[in-house]
Design a protein around this ligand. Sequence first.
Ligand code: HEC
Length: 189
Amino acid sequence: MRKLVVAASAIALLTSIAVAQETPNPNVAEAKGIIKELFGTLKGELEAAVKEGGHTNAILVCKGRAPAITDEMSKKSSWDVGRTSLKLRNTALNKPDAWEVKVLEHFETRKSKGEDVTTIDYSEVVDVGGQKTFRYMKAIPTQELCLNCHGTAIKPEVAASLDQLYPGDQARGYNEGDIRGAFTLSKKL
Ligand code: HEC
């Protein structure tokens, strides 16, 4: 009987832990929703551009549209929305700050320990000049279609166009499943 009681309370405890973990932080849920929409739009425009005029054409769409779409997401939400990476293509726009570098490095450690890249994320309330700010980052996995412009065997004409537009481009040499970068969002509390 005693054993049964112990087992029952252990189950109750485990259930309450599981429930506690599943209770979503509303800010995380909101950030994830924005990312889902942003990623869907970016990927949709990318695929349409590739279909229309191949990868060299799609580079120009990425260059022009990705920052604009990301800006639009910031404007229509109460969040600052961006993309960043440890190995950048657009150094002018997407450079990580010290907090983001730390989080991106931590993502790499988590990946090397076997964590699923598609769910790696991190959030923290930080102080920005006396203002409490909620910050959230979510890893962006490298998919097969990304390899055309971020992979190890980029077609010469695509590479030439990237060389011309982004002279210091570091965002190549990725394999499928690598962390290409992260979405980075912040909101004043
Ligand atoms: C047609 C070529 C092309 C393809 C395919 C492509 N990208 Fe990019 N990517 C670019 C260009 C060009 C930029 C720079 C955009 C800018 O100027 O903001 C970029 C920038 C990025 C950035 C911002 C960080 C940085 O390095 O400046 C991320 C993150 C990113 N790409 C992820 C992806 C992912 C994930 C995929 C696949 C789903 C993908 N890209 C597919 C061309 C491409």
